[in-house]
Design a protein around this ligand. Sequence first.
Ligand SMILES: [Zn+2]
Ligand SMILES: [Zn+2]
Length: 566
Amino acid sequence: MSAKLFRNKGNVSIADLKSTAGLRSESCCYGRNKNDASNIQIRKIRRYKERSETMGQIALIHGNIIPMDGRKRYSAVLAQDGKITAIGGDAEIKELAEQNKIEVIDLKGATVLPGFHDCHAHLSLTGFDAQGINMYDAGDIAEVVSRLKEADETWPEGRWLYGMRLDEGLLDEKRPPTMEELAELKRPALISDRGGHYVIVNQMAYDALGMSPEVEGVRMGPDGKPNGRLQDRANKVARNGFPRSREEVLEAMVYTGQEALKKGITTIHAQEGFTEDDPAVPLLIEHMEDFPVDLVIYWCMMPDYDEPMAEKLGILGGDILLDGSIGSRTAAFFQPYVDGDGGCGYLNFSEQEVYDFVEAGIVRDLAMSFHVIGERGIHTALDAYEKVMDQHPEKIDTAKLRLEHFGWPSQEDIDRAARLGVRISTQPAFTYLRGGPESVYRSRLGEEREKAGYPLRLMLDAGLCLGGGSDSDITPLDALLGIHAAVNPPYPENAVTPYEAVRMYTSEGARCGWEDDRKGKLIPGMQADMVILDQDPMQVNPQTIKDIQVLATIRKGSVVYKKEES
Ligand SMILES: [Zn+2]
Ligand SMILES: [Zn+2]
């Protein structure tokens, strides 16, 4: 069904409505003329705020409305003052709408779901990547270098070259370029790997960043000199040192919020602030009210426990790397990587540090989370959660425990997480896009372990709360792709049903952020966040879920995105 079908003689249709955020013509400026784009974005934020106060009511009829509250379906829904006020049959809703002088929109059979939640995304990184030079499909090092050279000739003076999504496993050489291979560039250059675990810099960037062999993570070549690869602390220093103004950071995050609306996402669990002087979290707090989507903000570092910012967020932790990634062989396992030097990955914090951090959060009634991928990383986090709960039994009913990713849990730890009520923010597209027999997961972990990754079926069967997310920009900010991935993983034993997958991005997504008292379902009293789709994900051929089109996105009862008619 095309958006054109919304046109309905004599009646108002979505095609006639203006979206409040005014996104389409302006957001395309992003990344081309940075100063202009930045002004536009900031102006737009202000305007959105003014307008949002006057909006928030809508009546939808002749739809396939799925509230995600059991298996019920309705044909019509009414929202007033930003909240769902009635759901039911066409005649009933039409009458209510007319009484309240609310325009009635004819959906012509389109499907409506609660607005999607992306339970783990990096707003600033996603925005920066939209500006960067894509290296993901570069075939070899020569191609990486030639893309950088082309940008070197054309980018405005003074701007550092930023390459991104480099996946060394996909290059012919199976390694990233060295500093020497980037010697011809005339300005500082930095290339980010796809997982965010290291960067490659040229000599000019290395010098400008103040790097030296003493900085932890500066890797050496066979000649004993730095080879341009910066991991661990050096990786953080480099990412943080990449010159960007506060305006550029805000602009990047707003861009990501607007892109999310195009995919029907109305709430993002933002993972930001990896270093002390990263302005992202303070900027988001400042702009929370007028941001394009709702935010649950995770501050991804171990701060002073009495830091007022953590109190303000209600959360301690988030994508704090308790372990690392499979690609860089840093996710922590009890068994070694099969293609490495016998290492099992490692933890970035001691058990005591993890315990102290968790206890500090629990006694302050803050939600807790860590990044955990490998079996040992997961085990260590759960040990700390379990021990803290043993020490503080008075918190057992109220503690907000969560973990990010949860890639390779043992069955005992799946059961233990369920027992402790730990909510899991996971990313189905990881294995869908990056798993399978030909993958880096397979070569690093061997067949048996690779197949056991992200066992969503076992997790749901154990009763775990699973929230779906993208980890954007690692996989695309696209909830329907995530739903598709959960239904169609590389190995069918890990698959969930379309209904279960939709729950991960709606009602369970809201639970994963402790927002299920006001979001995630279309029932009276809930925030009127809705996505209108051209197909029903529970009825289409499951292998085509990813092709479903978002026709419009409604946030707090206002149309904030409408698909261009073709
Ligand atoms: Zn992570
Ligand atoms: Zn992440």
